[in-house]
Design a binder for this molecule. Sequence first.
Ligand code: TTP
Length: 192
Amino acid sequence: MKKIILASKSPRRIEMLSKYFKDIKVYSSEVQEIVNPNDKPQTTVMKIAFEKASAGLKLCDEHGIIIAADTIVYMDEVMGKPNNIEEGFQMLKDLSGKKHSVFTGICIIDTISNKKVVDFEKTEVVFNELSDNEILKYLDLGEYIDKAGSYGIQGYGELLVKKIDGCYNNVKGLPLSKLNYLLKKHFSLELL
Ligand SMILES: Cc1cn([C@H]2C[C@H](O)[C@@H](COP(=O)(O)OP(=O)(O)OP(=O)(O)O)O2)c(=O)[nH]c1=O
C-alpha cells in the first residue's frame, strides 16, 4: 500500500482523509494563492491545488501519493478566506439570500511514476436571508476566520444554509467521492 501524503494544513482535510487512511503523512504547503480574475473558478482552484501538490512534492522526503486541494466560494467573483472581520461581514452580507457555488480543485501526484491528475468538484449552496445582527452573531463565534466565503457548513454555518445541491464534503474542502473516483481510475487505489 502506497503512503498517502496530504499537502494541506486544513484540519478538515486531515480529518476526512484520516477516516479512510490510517497513517497519512501531512505536509503543510505554503503557497501563494494567486487568483487571476480572467480565469474560470474551476481553473483557479485546479491551478492552486496543483501548486500545493507541487510544493508538497518538493518538501516530502518519501515516496507515495500526494493529495492537495483548494476551495473557493464563487458568486460573480472569487471569495477566498477573509483577511479580517470586516471582509467576513461583507462576504456574508453578499451571500445572504442568494445562491453561490463552492469549487474545490484536487491534485494527485504519484511521486514514483510522476503521474499527475487534476480535477475539480462544484456544489451549489443557497443561503437564508441574514440580518446584520445574525451575521454579527455568527462572526462573533470565530469559525469564519479560516474558511473560504467566511462560513463553515460543518459548524454553526449550517444555520446560514437553506439548501445545497451537490457534494457536501466538497463544501468542507475535500470532495471524498470525487477523490475516490480519481484514485480508483488513475492510481488503482480506493478509499474503502
Ligand atoms: C465554504 C467552506 C469552506 N471551508 C474551508 C475549507 C478550506 O479548508 C478553506 C479554504 O481554504 P483553502 O485555501 O482551500 O485551504 P486551507 O488554507 O484551509 O488549507 P491548505 O491550503 O493547507 O490545504 O475553507 C470549510 O471548512 N467549510 C465551508 O463551509
